[in-house]
Ligand binder design. Structure first.
Ligand code: NAP
Length: 525
């Protein structure tokens, strides 16, 4: 399929401006030939205008029709076969097996949301029947359910060119809720974005979705993103990427005349606390597990373990030697793009020039945009003093924080900002001896992992991939799993509504057969 470099505005292609970007192959260092033209002002207006019109149909569309649309997107993505895999590999430098796995995850996510829609209870229908003769005042009939919010702008991530990109979890959940989506194409994989966008449009046409249900715009620099976030026709924003980018877009959205939510997932250091009991049992095993997680995918995961926290002692020395050996045996790995690579080098150089930090181990160097792995060490005292050391280093890097007492360990945890995950490596003795520390860890993150590594985010009903600020802008919501749909829906309450004006989910007799809360009791009646 030919890559045109044009933006996709509902069912039409557009690209009238002269400014463009080109994709880059991080493995070879070559610029790819196609030009991706920035959407003009008129094209941006058109995409938002179409989205608003499409919303008038989408918001009343039965869940089963949206489910069919999502499944058809999955089928169309699979139809792209090797062309998509090859393009995504070229633009990201990620290995083929990883991209194939990510494609499976993307299609699986779409199917999962389709399943959620077919089951139907996600709307959270709650009904309180009227008590007209209640004294002193009658009780009205009240019925509430979730409804879509309107056009959603999706900023995609560089590190998952499929699963957190054009047809990724944000797009899937926003469409599932009944919203049109406008994707801001990531400049790291514009060709992959175009292929997937066209697959979405084909699916939209096959499933009878209105024109404007989906658009994808190319831009040069930040102006496109800024225009989308500040446009009065946009109702909500999803973002995955850096703290700087997410916070800038969040601030813009709050300054609008009508502020809108920005659900930004901005990464985290994912502290792993290794307790003394488990350290004495299994230090070598822990070291190799952690080394694998630190270096997986060149460390380019939002759940990469960037901090390892432990109490000093002879078992820690054994663990440190084993970790050092594992890391020193790692090869350098190509990173996603020049910006991320340079950012990694600058941060690591800056950190290793500090007197309070020791390098424990470094992997081999060499290769185009290829990052070496590294682990450094700092005392708990210095870590507490220097908030700069608490920041994420995006890449195969981790900092071992060595505490001199349990109270210092508690202090370190207290100083941490919000995280996506935190991990406790424990044995039975640790559960008894460190209950206070384990309790403290509950306040740190959105997901608490026991005896496992943080990399690997299961897509399912009970996943929570979100955490207190600054891991995300709103820790009440997840960007992975079925609950992600709640970001793009709002409750609407109908009071004393005529039966024929009620959505099916709230009607008497429960025609959809969904689970609902009826007069305080969960029922399918
Ligand atoms: P990013 O730089 O935050 O960019 C994400 C998207 O937001 C891109 O489309 C970018 O536009 C746009 N954007 C960023 N700042 C903006 C601003 N101020 N105004 C308008 N639009 C803006 O993330 P990235 O490119 O994926 O990776 C860069 C860094 O993000 C990494 O070094 C890493 O620290 C972090 N990161 C975190 C995660 C995570 O899971 N949370 C994932 C990947 C990366 P352009 O395409 O024009 O740049």
């Amino acid at each position: 399929m030919m890559i045109t470099g044009k933006s996709i505005i509902g069912n039409e292609l557009a690209g009238s401006s002269d400014s463009y970007i080109q994709a880059f192959d991080p493995s070879s260092g070559n610029i790819l030939q196609e030009k991706f033209f920035a959407a003009s002002e008129q094209e941006i207006e058109k995409a938002i205008g179409k989205a608003k019109t499409a919303f008038n149909t989408l918001k009343y569309m039965p869940d089963v029709q949206k489910a069919e649309f999502l499944e058809t997107i999955g089928n169309e993505i699979m139809e792209l076969a090797d062309e998509l895999v090859e393009r995504a590999c070229r633009e990201s430098g990620l290995p083929e097996a990883r991209i194939r796995g990510e494609r499976g995850r993307t299609v699986g996510q779409l199917k999962m949301f389709a399943e959620l829609l077919r089951e139907g209870s996600w709307v959270g229908a709650r009904i309180d029947t009227a008590i007209p003769d209640r004294s002193p005042a009658p009780k009205p009939d009240l019925r509430t359910m979730l409804v879509p919010v309107g056009p959603v702008v999706v900023f995609t991530a560089s590190n998952f060119p499929l699963a957190f990109s054009t047809a990724g979890g944000d797009t899937a959940s926003a469409l599932a809720a009944g919203n049109p989506v406008i994707v801001k194409a990531h400049e790291s994989h514009p060709g992959t974005n175009e292929l997937v966008s066209k697959a979405i449009i084909r699916a939209a046409e096959k499933s009878g979705m209105p024109d404007g249900t989906f658009s994808s715009l190319n831009g040069v620099g930040y102006s496109l993103g800024e225009k989308l976030v500040t446009h009065p026709g946009v109702s909500s924003v999803a973002f995955t990427g850096s703290f700087k980018g997410g916070k800038a877009l969040y601030d813009l959205a709050q300054k609008r005349e009508r502020p809108i939510p920005v659900f930004a997932e901005m990464g985290s250091t994912n502290p792993v606390v290794i307790f003394p009991g488990i350290l004495s049992d299994a230090s070598e095993n822990l070291a190799s597990q952690l080394a694998g997680s630190i270096t997986l995918g060149a460390g380019q995961f939002c759940t990469n373990p960037g901090l390892i926290i432990a109490l000093e002692g002879e078992h820690l020395d054994g663990f440190q030697s084993a970790l050092s050996k594992s890391i020193s045996e790692t090869s350098s790995q190509t990173m996603l793009n020049k910006g991320i690579f340079e950012n990694y080098l600058n941060k690591v150089n800056d950190l290793t020039s500090r007197k309070d930090l020791d390098i424990i181990s470094k992997g081999s160097e060499g290769g185009e945009l290829a990052a070496f792995s590294m682990v450094t060490r700092v005392s708990g005292t210095d870590f507490i003093k220097n908030p700069h050391l608490h920041e994420e280093v995006f890449g195969p890097y981790s900092l071992l924080v060595v505490c001199n007492s349990k109270s210092q360990l508690l202090d370190v945890l207290n100083k941490l900002e919000g995280q996506l995950t935190t991990t406790a490596m424990i044995n039975q003795d640790d559960i008894v001896n460190y209950t206070d520390v384990l309790n403290e860890m509950r306040d740190v993150a959105g997901r608490l992992i026991y005896n496992g590594v943080p990399t690997g985010v299961e897509v399912c009903y009970s996943m929570h991939h979100g955490g207190p600020f600054p891991a995300t802008t709103d820790g009440r919501f997840t960007s992975v799993g079925t609950e992600a749909i709640k970001r793009f829906a709002r409750p609407l309450c109908f009071q004393d509504s005529p039966e024929e004006l009620l959505p099916e989910a709230l009607r008497d007799g429960n025609p959809l057969g969904i689970w609902r809360t009826l007069d305080g009791k969960l029922t399918q009646e």
